[in-house]
Design a protein around this ligand. Structure first.
Ligand code: FPP
Ligand code: MG
Length: 295
């Protein structure tokens, strides 16, 4: 991974603008899940390191824009760029990282460039769906999961698929692995938003629902409630939540096992991902670590 960090720094320096180099150096790197996947699937060589760096730049760009869209003040435990430098700078930094990534991506085989670039269209469509869904209380599981696939799983799927192409491995198995890893990863994230605290999350807890996002535990809870309680839950959607209401939600989720049901789906998806790459122990270990994040 040290090589990926160096490659990212090299690409940033090539942009040749001190403000960008400085601002980028203030960003926390995160888990680098996508880069790790690329290196595990395609092993470490010049091409895989560059591909991993490109995908991490795209991911960083998407988070910069996402924080503007969500009006978030924290990212990976630090103040977000939109909070410290304003939205204009955050958007432009995102554009610079994103376009730099694309400039490097065109040096790859056409199939790899196509897999990664079309995933960026998907994640952008997914983000737009997320914004639209947050306007009302969405209780439809399929609509929610389709959006999650586009917004989060598509880039993880593309990382695994592109790495498989690079290594001459079976694309379909790695695509399925990446897609299901991405979906279960996001479901675990949704769970952590409810069961964890700000210190651990690096962002405010129970914030999804306040932002209008009806994540899986809320969808499951809604369908378990009687009409009166359904109304109460819907009335709390998209607003700043009192500690009394947040306790009510958590109590009802306990009662109706909404977290357990969500967790069960994450485990099911993760097991399907495991089946796709059974021989690759390191890849199955990533799934186990991800599932363990939640307890
Ligand atoms: C985080 O979601 C957001 C994403 C995974 C994707 C965001 C995509 C875009 C803004 C499209 C633009 C893309 C580029 C490359 C410029 P979240 O808000 O649910 O998660 P969070 O809690 O980490 O903020
Ligand atoms: Mg966000």
């Amino acid at each position: 991974m040290e090589r990926v960090e160096q490659e990212i720094d090299r690409l940033i320096k090539e942009i040749d603008y001190d403000d960008v180099t400085h601002l980028f150096s203030t960003l926390a790197g995160g888990k680098r899940l996508r880069a790790k996947l690329v290196l595990k699937i395609a092993s470490v060589n010049d091409e895989s390191v560059l591909l991993a760096a490109i995908i991490e730049l795209i991911h960083a760009a998407s988070l910069l824009h996402d924080d503007v869209i969500d009006d978030a003040s924290l990212r990976r435990g630090n103040a977000s760029v939109n909070a410290t430098e304003g939205s204009k700078i955050a958007i432009m930094l995102g554009d610079i990282l994103y376009s730099k990534a694309f400039t490097s991506l065109v040096s790859f085989d056409k199939q790899i460039a196509s897999v990664v670039s079309s995933a960026v269209t998907s994640l952008s469509v997914g983000e737009m769906q997320d914004v639209n869904l947050a306007k009302n209380f969405n209780d439809d599981e399929k609509t929610y999961l389709d959006m999650l696939y586009l917004k989060t799983a598509s880039l993880i799927e593309a990382s695994a698929t592109a790495a498989a192409v690079l290594a001459g491995k079976d694309m379909a198995s790695y695509a399925l692995y990446g897609k299901n890893l991405g979906l279960s990863f996001q479901i675990i994230d949704d769970i952590l938003d409810i069961v964890s605290d700000e210190k651990t999350l690096g962002k405010p807890a129970m914030n999804d629902f306040v932002e209008g996002k009806c994540t899986l535990p809320y969808i499951y809870l809604y369908h378990s409630l009687d009409d009166e309680n359904k109304k109460r839950l819907v009335s709390l959607h998209g607003k700043k939540i009192s500690s009394q209401d947040s306790i009510w939600i958590k109590t009802k989720m306990d009662e109706h096992k909404s977290i357990e049901k969500s967790f069960a789906l994450a485990v099911k998806l993760s097991n399907e991902a495991k089946q796709a790459v059974l021989k690759d122990v390191e890849l199955t270990e990533i799934l186990d670590t991800m599932i363990k994040r939640s307890y």
